[in-house]
Design a protein around this ligand. Structure first.
Ligand SMILES: [Zn+2]
Length: 175
């Protein structure tokens, strides 16, 4: 069941399904190469790819190098600005952004967010902690950030199951 914080636009949703399915398929290569299990891509309003990055927490020893944060950082570098709002950018990501990435998205000026697997399912399948995000869809709507979620979840959950089955690292602090 798709989640959305504006009047649903089926054309946007269809495009997002296609992009997220491609990201899920591609994610398998990133996982094989040692990163994953999340992949994010940022496109401009003319659907040109600006940045595409997986998470690199383990390989770069940096707890905030989630896929979305890496993609935002790359886009800001490419466009040479800390404020992406004038570029009307869209972020597509294989799973719902965590608490940190919601902050990163909010302060970057990204205008639209499309995500795959719901956080609760990510936590159930992998054991990652996605944080607490009270009323974030409405908070984003209030700031003019459009969100569509739970897109192509079957393919997304399959990749996460494969990541776990392969015994790959669920990186998080010990508590
Ligand atoms: Zn995150």
């Amino acid at each position: 069941m798709t989640v959305c914080n504006e009047q649903i636009n089926l054309e946007k949703l269809k495009k997002a399904e296609q992009i997220i399915l491609e990201l899920q398929a591609e994610l398998k290569n990133y996982i094989a190469a040692g990163s994953g299990p999340f992949l994010a891509a940022i496109y401009d309003e003319n659907d040109h790819l600006i940045a595409k990055t997986a998470n690199s927490v383990v390989s770069e020893n940096c707890s905030h190098n989630h896929a979305e944060m890496n993609a935002i950082k790359a886009a800001e570098k490419v466009l040479d600005t800390y404020d992406l709002s004038a570029h009307n950018l869209k972020l597509y990501v294989t799973a719902e952004p965590c608490i940190m990435c919601l902050g990163g998205i909010m302060w970057s000026g990204i205008k639209e967010v499309y995500y795959g697997v719901f956080s609760k399912r990510v936590e159930e399948i992998t054991g990652f902690d996605e944080g607490f995000k009270p009323d974030w869809l409405n908070e984003f709507a209030r700031r003019g950030i459009k969100v569509y979620g739970e897109i192509a979840t079957e393919a997304g959950e399959k990749v996460l199951h494969e990541y776990v089955a392969a015994g790959r690292k669920v990186y998080k602090p010990e508590r």
